[in-house]
Design a protein around this ligand. Structure first.
Ligand SMILES: [Zn+2]
Length: 315
């Protein structure tokens, strides 16, 4: 899969990602994409009328269900939006730029405590505007992997274009001391390929810092209503067990594990808190109300400790 940024013809500004791939709108996944194991049914995903940036996605032929792998505990959707579908929607929306003002101070302090020597040779996967790299500067080599090169990205190393789960990524081949993987692992189509590439990017003794959702934070009964999996572009949810299993299989050990709120979360305003409270009490009523108004509905996120921050060491 390869992709290009779609530019707004009027302003010349980047509008969003375009992924190019063949195939239909939905990809069926009966088995665990991480280990191939058999999943048990968790329930039908709450939001079946998907949209991205306010644009409706066509309905899949069957309902989207959640399954939990009986072998590795990965939670996955039985149907995921194909790259082609995400491309079409993002090409038409202006919601494609993920800007964050986060300072990464906690992450850098954590890495410094584990091994300060890795900090000056880094590649950030899904680097977007380069916030993590900027926070780490100055580095001897700072590189980025993304499906598009943002105008605000400042690097002195290489730019690797593509997806981490692309089997044919082109890059220097000179492994890094540190790999950043913030809010990326939940988008993987092919986790084993992604981790195989991750290990190649990381020199022996090098570190990967990653943040992603933690399905252990959410009860099985509530998983179908978890905002995180109700996002069209999030295909899977890891927990400590599933992540440790795939990491070990690809030559990593766990150097640090913490449960936390998402790094970009700021205390929500009153309006959002009311919406979140109302949704938790009467989900069908609230989403039905939005449908009646013809407005796109997103399951409201809360301030829950539903993410994990993990450091892996390449062995
Ligand atoms: Zn599995």
């Amino acid at each position: 899969m390869t992709g290009d940024m779609v530019m707004d013809p009027a302003t010349g500004e980047a509008r969003g990602y375009a992924l190019s791939s063949g195939g239909g709108d939905w990809i069926e996944r009966p088995d665990c994409p991480a280990c191939g194991g058999t999943g048990t049914a968790v329930g039908k995903l709450f939001k079946q009328d998907n949209h991205l940036g306010g644009l409706a996605a066509p309905h899949p032929a069957k309902p989207i269900e959640l399954r939990r792998c009986g072998t590795c505990e990965l939670v996955y959707k039985t149907l995921v939006a194909s790259p082609a579908l995400l491309e079409r929607l993002t090409a038409q929306t202006q919601a494609g730029l993920w800007i964050s003002a986060y300072d990464y101070a906690e992450e850098i302090a954590l890495l410094r405590a584990i091994d300060p020597a890795v900090l000056d040779d880094v590649i950030d996967v899904g680097a977007a505007g380069g916030g993590f790299l900027r926070a780490l500067a100055p580095a001897r080599r700072s590189s980025a992997l993304d499906i598009v090169r943002f105008a605000s990205l400042r690097i002195n190393g290489e730019f690797v274009k593509g997806f981490l789960d692309d089997p044919a990524l082109e890059w220097s081949g000179e492994a890094y001391g540190l790999v950043g993987l913030f809010d990326v692992a939940e988008h993987f189509y092919d986790p084993p390929q992604a981790f195989a590439n991750l290990r190649r990017f990381c020199r022996k003794g090098g570190l990967v810092i990653l943040e992603t959702g933690d399905s252990d934070a959410v009860s099985m009964a509530r998983l179908p209503r978890w905002y995180y999996l109700n996002l069209l572009e999030h295909h899977i949810a890891w927990n400590r067990t599933s992540l440790a299993a795939i990491a070990a299989k690809h030559g990593f050990e766990l150097a640090s594990f913490e449960r936390k709120v998402h790094k970009d979360k700021t205390p929500p305003g009153l309006r959002h808190r009311i919406k979140a409270q109302a949704f938790s009490l009467a989900p069908q009523l609230i989403s039905g109300f939005y449908r009646l108004l013809g407005k796109p509905f997103d399951v409201p996120a809360d301030m829950a400790v539903d993410h994990m921050r993990v450091v892996l060491r390449a062995i």
